[in-house]
Design a protein around this ligand. Sequence first.
Ligand code: SF4
Ligand code: F3S
Length: 104
Amino acid sequence: TYVVTENCIRCKYMDCVEVCPVDCFYAGENMLVINPDECIDCGVCEPECPAEAIFPDSDDRAGAWAETNTTYAKTWPNITRKGVAPADADEWKDKPDKGPLFSP
Ligand code: SF4
Ligand code: F3S
C-alpha cells in the first residue's frame, strides 16, 4: 500500500484524490490518509503530490504513518473529489516535523 505522511499536514492539496482509480483517500481536518485495504498499489498518486507526502509503505519515510493511515481510514470520511486546498498551503509546504500538528 501507499501511505500519506506528515508532509501532507496543512498542505492537503488533494491532487492525489483526482488521480486515484479506486477512491481510497479519507479526509481528516488537516491531512488525508489512504485505506490500505483498498489501495491497489498503482503508484500514480505519489508523483502528483506537490508536497511529496506519499510513499510506499516499504519506504523508510512512510514509517509510523502507515499505522496512522490504517487507523484513520476507518473513521474519516471518504473523499473522491479534489476540494480547495488551505489558503496557506504553500507556506506549510516543505516545512519539516509537522507531525505534532496532526489533527485526528
Ligand atoms: Fe490510489 Fe494508486 Fe495511490 Fe493507492 S497508489 S492511493 S490506488 S492512486
Ligand atoms: Fe496531501 Fe499531497 Fe494529497 S498534500 S492531500 S497527499 S496531494
